[in-house]
Write a protein that binds this ligand. Structure first.
Ligand code: XIL
Length: 299
C-alpha cells in the first residue's frame, strides 16, 4: 500500500491524525491529511471551551468544520474530549460541587446528542490521574465533585449515544511499570467488574526524553486488552521522530488484536503543539520524513 491509512486498513485498523479547523484552508495540509489518513480527531474543536462557551449554549461551528471535512473525505471521527480538567470555559472553571457535576452531565449530553450515531470513539474522560508515583487521581474541580465523577461520565455517555465506543484517555500510561499506568489499569478492571460502560482506553503516547517510549508498551496494551477493552494510540508524537521508535509503536499496536489504530497528533512538524521537538511524520514543506517510511513499512 502507498498511504498510511490504506496500509493500516489491511489489518482492519485506521491510521489517524489530529486536524485543526484553522488549517483546512491550507492546501498542502489538507492534501496530505486527505491522502494519508483515514481517521480524524479534532485537535481542539470538540473540547469543552469550544463547544459550550456559555453554560447551556452550545457552539459546534468549529467542531462541525472538522467533522464535515472528515466525513466528506471518507474518514471516521474520534471525539475528543467530554470531561477534562483542562480547556474548560471560564464558567465551568468557577463551578464546584453538585452544580459542576450537573454541568458535566449536561455537557456530555449536549455534545454527544449533536453527534449521535456519528462518532466511532469518544474520549469521555481525559487525563484524570496524577503524574508521579502516587497512583492517585489528579486534583481538579471535577475530582472534587466526588470520586465517582468518571463512572458517572461514562454512564451518561452510554445513555446519550449507545453507538459510540467510550474511551478513557491519558498520557504517561504507556510504560507498564509506571504507577499512573497501574492506577488506570485498576480503574478499568474495577469498571469492567462492576458493569460501568467502558469500551476502550486511549494511550496518548506523547513520547519525549522525560517520558520515553519503552518496549513494555506492548505488554501494557496486551494487559488492558485482556480486561476486555479495545486500546488505541491516540495522540502519537515522538521528540526527534526516531524512525525505530515510530516503527516500534506501530508494531506494538499491530501485535494486539484489540488495538484499533494509531493517531498522530498533527500533520507536519510545524503543525505540532510542540513544534520545536520536530515530532511528526512530515516536514514543514510537506515532504515525508524518514519516520514516515518506517511507519509505512511497519504497517
Ligand atoms: C493540545 C493541542 O494540541 C494544543 O493545540 C492546545 O493548545 C492544548 O491541547 N493531551 C490532550 C490533547 O489530550 O487535547 C492536547 O492537545 C495535548 C495533550
Amino acid at each position: 500500500e502507498s498511504t498510511l491509512g490504506a496500509a493500516a486498513a489491511q489489518s482492519g485498523r485506521y491510521f489517524g491524525v489530529a486536524i485543526a479547523s484553522g488549517k483546512l484552508g491550507d492546501s498542502t495540509y489538507t492534501s496530505i491529511a486527505n491522502r494519508e489518513f483515514n481517521s480524524v480527531t479534532a485537535e481542539n474543536e470538540m473540547k469543552i471551551d469550544a463547544t459550550e462557551p456559555n453554560r447551556g449554549q452550545f457552539n459546534f461551528s468549529s467542531a462541525d468544520r472538522v467533522y464535515n471535512w472528515a466525513v466528506q473525505n471518507g474518514k471516521e471521527v474520534r471525539g475528543h474530549t467530554l470531561a477534562w480538567h483542562s480547556q474548560q470555559p471560564g464558567w465551568m472553571q468557577s463551578l464546584s460541587g453538585s452544580s459542576l457535576r450537573q454541568a458535566m452531565i449536561d455537557h456530555i449530553n449536549g455534545v454527544m446528542n449533536h453527534y449521535k450515531g456519528k462518532i466511532a470513539q469518544w474520549d469521555v474522560v481525559n487525563e484524570a490521574f496524577a503524574d508521579g508515583s502516587s497512583g492517585a487521581r489528579r486534583d481538579s474541580n471535577l475530582q472534587r465533585t466526588g470520586n465517582d465523577w468518571i463512572e458517572v461520565a461514562f454512564r451518561t455517555a452510554r445513555a446519550a449515544d449507545p453507538s459510540a465506543k467510550l474511551c478513557y484517555n491519558d498520557y504517561n500510561v504507556e510504560n507498564w511499570n509506571w504507577a499512573k499506568t497501574q492506577a488506570m489499569y485498576n480503574m478499568v478492571k474495577d469498571f469492567k467488574s462492576r458493569g460501568v460502560p467502558i469500551d476502550c482506553v486511549g494511550f496518548q503516547s506523547h513520547f519525549n526524553s522525560g517520558s520515553p517510549y519503552d518496549s513494555n508498551f506492548r505488554t501494557t496494551l496486551q494487559n488492558f486488552a485482556a480486561l476486555g477493552v479495545d486500546v488505541a494510540v491516540t495522540e502519537l508524537d515522538i521528540q526527534g521522530a526516531s524512525s525505530s521508535t515510530y516503527a516500534a509503536v506501530v508494531n506494538d499496536c499491530l501485535a494486539v488484536s484489540r488495538c484499533l489504530g494509531v493517531t498522530v497528533w498533527g500533520v507536519r512538524d510545524s503543525d505540532s503543539w510542540r513544534a520545536s521537538d520536530t515530532p511528526l511524520l512530515f516536514n514543514n514543506d510537506g515532504s515525508k520524513k524518514a519516520a514516515y517510511s518506517a511507519v509505512l513499512n511497519a504497517l
